[in-house]
Design a protein around this ligand. Structure first.
Ligand SMILES: [Zn+2]
Length: 87
């Protein structure tokens, strides 16, 4: 049995999880500050829904939910443009 260091991403919408393994450490300030490096969270996105209107209310979305979110927003702005054109 082995132990892996890393972090979990949990989707705020559907609860899907993704484990990102720690792949090393980085340094800044010439080595004074160290930070953990993790695998790339491909497709995951942090969004800030306007409706919540408060700081710290960002939502983390898995790739599937990110796609849905982006499509929804795209449709929203497309509709908006159509509405503008009708004047
Ligand atoms: Zn999701």
């Amino acid at each position: 049995m082995s132990t892996k260091l890393g972090k979990y991403y949990i989707c705020d919408r559907c609860g899907t999880t993704s484990f990102l393994e720690k792949i090393g450490e980085g340094e800044t300030d010439g080595g004074f500050t160290k930070f953990d490096k993790f695998e790339e969270a491909e497709g995951w996105n942090t969004v800030y829904p306007e409706a919540t209107h408060s700081m710290g209310s960002s939502k983390l979305l898995c790739p599937a939910c990110s796609e849905k979110y982006n499509k929804l927003m795209q449709k929203f702005f497309d509709d908006w443009r159509d509405f503008d054109r009708r004047g």
